[in-house]
Design a protein around this ligand. Structure first.
Ligand code: ATP
Length: 435
């Protein structure tokens, strides 16, 4: 995390520049729920794409799917969520403020009013419950994690994709948790998005894949530009483990509010498939032709929140430079993550036409998100692009009229060089090359 980044600065930049808005803003918002603007939508799309690429390795096939957001009660009974998906809740006896009991020290006074008397701790189920149809007799829940759709579809996926163990099923989609205290902007939301991959393997290979995925997932964050010094892997203590997992390691990021989980990598054993076998009465085991035996595969899960990663990337990229005595706010986002890849800026409106033509041509040829901006001083336009993390700006000036070249300005080093206009398309494509 850059030392200048604070939650307030990130929230303000997100709203000012159209990354993220509080949902239902004109009605005062809704706690823990957010909407994305143009730049936020583009950036989130880039995050999903990089994740989908990163999850495909030589460890085994990865099959993608998208499950429904509503799940019948039976699914959540089998998964253990109805019984176990609780957070401990406590209220201050004086000001009635509500806290997650594991978030505060009950030996100390209420941080809000200073009172020291607390209610008993109650367990609060975090799932959103709803009723289906006009009679409303069937109960359903908005899913609190995407993973169950993967386990429930295990047989469908295996029989329609000709895959063999080991292989993974991956999914990106919304999850809903009625968090007691949504906070820290996109860090703890009530409606959020997860990217989850369940890797199915033979029981004796779980340890090997658990190790391998830790390395792959840790390396992913570095590849998309996250500072290594802000990342660490932290194994869970036994008393922290979720009801379904026997071992778990978190990829943690150093936020301004401390080291926190970014991604969980868990050994879920065969808990979920076994539960669904028991509750549905269906056979979800696999048959090994070589050994002629059937077994219920074990699972290594990699699970990260898109929004939490979005926030992480903003914190990590946010920088305030001193440029000739002025503060420059810049998001040093990896080009693959940056919502806009390049800006096209004619120095004066009088000579905007050739630049507009180049912009449209490069946009058409590359299919990438680019921006054309001709209003305001060139310094102001550079600052606007820096603040949204655009890696390069091309400027067309009066010399361009005769030498058919433009100036390229690099966002991070501020270096400028001249390149021929017919090189611009290649230059933009090269920004996204591996390596
Ligand atoms: P935490 O301890 O922070 O509540 P968790 O252990 O309950 O997280 P998991 O169930 O492992 O989280 O969810 C996997 C990932 O989903 C997390 O690592 C995080 O990135 C994301 N996530 C979970 N809850 C939220 C939330 N309320 N808002 C945003 N992202 C979330």
């Amino acid at each position: 995390m850059s030392s200048q980044a604070t939650l307030e600065k990130i929230v303000s930049l997100c709203k000012r520049r159209g990354f993220v808005y509080p949902s239902a803003d004109i009605y005062g918002g809704i706690n823990g729920v957010y909407d994305l603007g143009h730049l936020g939508t583009l950036m989130k799309h880039n995050i999903r794409n990089t994740w989908m690429q990163s999850i495909q390795t030589d460890l085994g096939d990865i099959i993608f799917m998208e499950g429904a957001l509503l799940g019948p009660e039976a699914v959540w009974q089998a998964s253990g969520h109805i019984e176990n998906f609780h957070d401990p809740m406590v209220d201050c006896m004086q000001c009635k403020k509500r806290y997650r009991a594991d978030d505060i020290d009950l030996e100390k006074a209420c941080p809000h009013c200073g009172n020291t008397e607390w209610t008993d701790i109650k367990q609060f189920n975090m799932m959103f419950k709803t009723n289906l149809g006009a009679a409303g007799s069937a109960i359903a829940y908005l899913r609190p994690e995407t993973a169950q759709a993967i386990f429930v579809n295990f047989k469908n996926v295996m029989s329609t994709n000709r895959v063999k163990i080991p292989f993974g099923i991956a999914q990106i989609g919304k999850a809903f948790r009625n968090e007691i205290t949504p906070k820290q902007f996109l860090f703890r939301m009530r409606e959020f998005e997860q990217m989850e991959m369940e890797f199915f393997c033979r029981p004796e290979n779980t340890g090997k894949f658990f190790e391998a995925w830790q390395k792959i997932r840790f390396d992913f964050y570095q590849k998309i530009g996250v500072n290594q010094s802000n990342l660490r892997l932290r194994p869970h203590e036994k008393d922290e483990l979720a009801h379904y997992s026997s071992q778990c390691v978190d990829v943690e990021y150093q936020f301004p509010f401390g080291w926190k989980e970014l991604e969980g990598i868990a050994d879920r054993g065969n808990f979920d498939l076994s539960q669904h076998i028991k509750h549905s009465g269906k056979d979800l085991s696999v048959h090994d032709e070589a050994t002629k035996e059937s077994f219920v595969p074990h699972v290594v899960e990699c699970s990260v929140g898109v929004d939490r990663l979005f926030l992480t990337l903003l914190f990590d990229a946010y920088t305030e430079d001193d440029v000739e005595g002025e503060v420059r706010t810049v998001l040093k986002l990896h080009p693959k993550i940056a919502p806009i890849k390049a800006a096209f800026l004619p120095l004066s409106k009088k000579i905007s036409e050739p630049m507009l033509k180049l912009f449209n041509e490069v946009k058409k040829q590359t299919g990438l998100q680019l921006m054309f901006d001709e209003s305001g001083s060139i310094g102001k336009r550079y600052r606007r692009q820096d603040e949204i993390g655009t890696p390069v700006c091309f400027t067309y000036d009066f010399d361009s009229e005769t030498d058919s070249s433009v100036t390229v300005r690099d966002r991070d080093s501020l270096k400028q060089e001249r390149i021929s206009m017919d090189q611009v398309e290649r230059y933009v494509k090269d920004l996204l090359k591996e390596g």
